[in-house]
Design a protein around this ligand. Structure first.
Ligand code: ATP
Ligand code: MG
Ligand code: MG
Ligand code: MG
Length: 480
């Protein structure tokens, strides 16, 4: 089944069961101070759950573009390292606003996966919420347990902790106990040797969570307390790329038709083949993933910038450029060339991509151009620092200067130092960073609310790319 078919079968299944199919909401959120990007299908329906808005339909289904790079749901560091977490991904979902509850949700999810999709029953595991004895003092979800018992053998129903089986959108908002479905895609002999039940929720790349069925009953208030909602609702979310992986019989999301066209193009441009393992594979996955996040963000009107959501997008793009530069030898802009492929594979489902194709290409190319110059410049300065360095530990203040004045990423500095057998004086770096922060108020202008990953903020004293380019020219001239 192609990914296009999978998406439409999901929507058709719920349409047949009385659901209104709605378009994805934007991935970039403009009017909610508690959330910068859509991180789940339910975000756009928040007010229906809270009772502050009324839905036109009590049953809704859709495919929602999501981004998980910030706040409570931040997967950025996983992306590229594993094969099933993305920055941008699609979440398939069905909702009931005060209409059906656990019984229909559970039986439809099971029917969809086993009958429509044909997933073998003995590959599936389900989890239910075990309750919590913390301040929330929540009960075990016995109702879900009984409903599953009527469908699957008891040894396939597992109890899950609050971390895995109590879904919350963020620090505040609608939430509730959930029941999740996991798929074991290992071979028959592997499954016999080690039971899948022991691998559920263990970050195993072949025993993955695919669908979360959330039973929304509470609202988490700003003071942390839970209040019961006036009505009970259903919110489900299934990872589209993971479902494609299972149905296309492959072992990685990146081997599905969602990603292979992008990966083929990266191979062609970089001259590096995917699938040999190691850092080049990670780099190819990072690039294939991040171009989607960046392209969708720009299509939603969010350009890379120096503050807030724009800075998050710039950092995602730079992470990919850095991987390409370091592990694929990509010294020239290349990611912008992937936009055409993305439009070909996803433009039908998300027409905004095609409509904004030229803007996306131009913005990405310009960002790549600027940042690659920064990287080149930083590398030659770093070489100079190392040539003059007396021992194997590199002065933190010097690394800070590279970062602060030239915008050279500190994690790249650390990586290069490690590779060359040096260590970084981290305390010295931190000290210089603190000193700079107290000198400059600029850092505090950056909105930090929703993206801890970017905690170091932008260079506080960054000269700008024009000046940087001028310096590169001067240095070249001097060398001559
Ligand atoms: P995981 O435990 O794998 O990180 P999650 O529990 O954080 O997933 P949920 O918040 O329950 O995920 O989201 C619903 C579904 O969305 C998941 O069951 C999964 O299939 C999918 N999903 C979640 N995060 C990602 C991601 N970063 N990339 C791709 N799919 C994801
Ligand atoms: Mg997660
Ligand atoms: Mg999980
Ligand atoms: Mg989950």
């Amino acid at each position: 089944m192609t990914s296009k078919e999978i998406r439409s079968r999901f929507l058709a299944f719920f349409e047949e069961r009385g659901h209104q199919i709605v378009p994805s909401a934007p991935m970039v959120i403009k009017d909610d101070p508690t959330l910068m990007f859509t991180n789940a299908g339910m975000n756009q329906f928040k007010e229906y759950f809270l009772g502050t808005g009324t839905p036109a339909h009590r049953r809704i289904a859709d495919a929602q573009k999501c981004l998980r790079v910030s706040g409570k749901h931040n997967d950025l560091e996983e992306v590229g390292r594993d094969t099933y977490h993305h920055t941008m991904f699609e979440m398939l979902g069905n909702w009931s606003f005060g209409d059906y509850f656990k019984k229909e949700t559970i039986s439809w999810a099971w029917e969809f996966l086993t009958e429509v999709c044909g997933i073998e029953r003995d590959r599936l595991y389900v989890t239910i919420f075990e309750g919590s004895d913390d301040a929330d003092a929540l009960e075990r979800d016995q109702e879900a347990y009984e409903l599953w018992k009527a469908i699957v053998p008891e040894d396939r129903i597992l109890l899950g902790s609050k971390k895995d089986n109590f879904w919350e959108m963020g620090e505040q908002g609608p939430c509730g106990p959930c029941s999740e479905i996991h798929v074991d895609i290992r071979s028959a002999s592997e499954r016999q040797q080690v039971p899948g039940a022991s691998l559920v929720n263990q970050d195993h790349p072949q025993v993955v969570e695919i669908w979360n069925l959330v039973f929304i009953q509470y609202n988490r208030k700003a003071n942390g307390a839970l209040e019961a909602l006036p009505e009970r609702h259903v919110d489900t979310g299934m990872g589209f790329e993971r479902l494609c992986m299972v149905l296309q019989g492959v072992q990685s999301n990146y081997d599905t038709d969602v990603f292979t066209p992008l990966i083929r193009e990266i191979e062609t441009i970089s001259g590096t083949r995917y699938g040999k393992g190691g850092e080049p594979d990670v780099a190819i996955r990072v690039i294939a993933d991040h171009i989607r996040a960046v392209a969708f963000a720009i299509a939603d009107g969010q350009l890379p910038g120096n503050t807030g959501a724009g800075y998050v997008i710039r950092r995602i793009l730079r992470r990919a450029i850095r991987y390409g530069f370091t592990f694929l030898g990509a010294g020239e802009p290349m990611m912008y060339r992937l936009v055409r492929v993305l439009v070909e594979t996803m433009g039908d489902a998300y027409p905004e991509l095609g409509q904004q194709q030229h803007l996306i290409e131009n913005v990405v190319r310009e960002e790549e151009h600027s940042f690659l110059r920064t990287l080149e410049q930083g590398l030659s300065l770093l070489d100079q620092i190392l040539r003059e360095n007396p021992g194997t530990e590199v002065d933190g203040a010097k690394a800070f200067e590279l970062y602060d004045t030239f915008g050279f990423p500190i994690d790249l500095t650390s990586l290069i130092l490690r590779e060359r057998g040096y260590t970084l004086d981290e305390a010295g770096f931190e000290k210089a960073m603190q000193a700079q922060k107290s000198r400059s108020r600029a850092a505090s202008e950056v909105s930090r609310a929703d993206w801890e990953v970017l905690r170091e903020g932008p260079p506080t004293n960054f000269l700008g790319y024009d000046q940087l380019r001028a310096e590169v020219r001067i240095r070249k001239y001097r060398r001559v």
